[in-house]
Design a protein around this ligand. Sequence first.
Ligand SMILES: NC(=O)c1ccc[n+]([C@@H]2O[C@H](COP(=O)([O-])OP(=O)(O)OC[C@H]3O[C@@H](n4cnc5c(N)ncnc54)[C@H](OP(=O)(O)O)[C@@H]3O)[C@@H](O)[C@H]2O)c1
Length: 191
Amino acid sequence: MKVITLKYNSIILDEPDYLCNTLSVMKVLLLASLTVDGLIGRHNLHLANWSSAEDKQFFVKTTKKAGTIIMGSNTFDTIGKPLPGRKTILYAKEPEKYVYDNVETTSEDPKLLIKRLNLQGVKTVVICGGASIYNYFMSSGVVDELYLTIEPVIFGEGLRLFSSELNINLTLISVKKINQNTILVHYKVNK
Ligand SMILES: NC(=O)c1ccc[n+]([C@@H]2O[C@H](COP(=O)([O-])OP(=O)(O)OC[C@H]3O[C@@H](n4cnc5c(N)ncnc54)[C@H](OP(=O)(O)O)[C@@H]3O)[C@@H](O)[C@H]2O)c1
C-alpha cells in the first residue's frame, strides 16, 4: 500500500513502517475510526459499523499483520465473537463470560501487559478500543503510533476518543485519502 509521507517540506511515497517484518522493538499501535467531531461511537454498545469499507479493510489488514489485538468487553460484546485470525486480549472484569479460543481475558496494568507481551516475543499489538481502553492505554504512555481514520460523519453527541486530561505531542507521519471522503492519518507519539 502506498501512502503519502510528509517529510520536512517535501512529499514522498513510502510504505507504512508497521508492515516492516524486521522490527526488533515491540510497537503499540492505536487504531480508531473518528467522526469529524472527534467521536468514536454514539453510545457504549454502538456497533462500530459506520466507518467506510476502506477503513474496515485497513483495520483487518493491520490487525491480522500484527496478530495480537487488545479490546474492552463492551467493544467485544458489540462484535459478539472473536475476530478470526487474531489473538484477542480482552479487558473484562467477568472473565468467565468470555471463554473462546484465541481470547485471553485480563485486567492487567497496560505497562505490565505490554512488557509481558514483549517478553513473549510479540512484535506489534493493536489497541482496538473502545473508549475506556483507548483512554487507559493512552494515559499509561504505552502507545507508540496512532492510525486515525476520519470519516465524513458528525454524531454531535457520543463517546470521545480520550476522556481524561492528557499532555501528549505527536509527529505527523502520513496522511492518506483512502476514498473520496475519508482520510487516514498516521501519527507517532513523541516520547
Ligand atoms: N470508532 C472506533 O474505532 C471504535 C473502536 C472500538 C470501539 N468503539 C466504540 O466504543 C464503544 C465502547 O467503548 P466503552 O468504553 O464503552 O467500552 P470498552 O472500552 O470496549 O470496554 C469497557 C469494558 O472493559 C472492561 N475493562 C475496562 N478496564 C478494565 C480493567 N482495568 N480491568 C478489567 N476490565 C476492564 C470493563 O468490562 P466489564 O464490564 O466486564 O467490567 C469495561 O466495562 C462502542 O460505542 C464502540 O462502538 C469504537
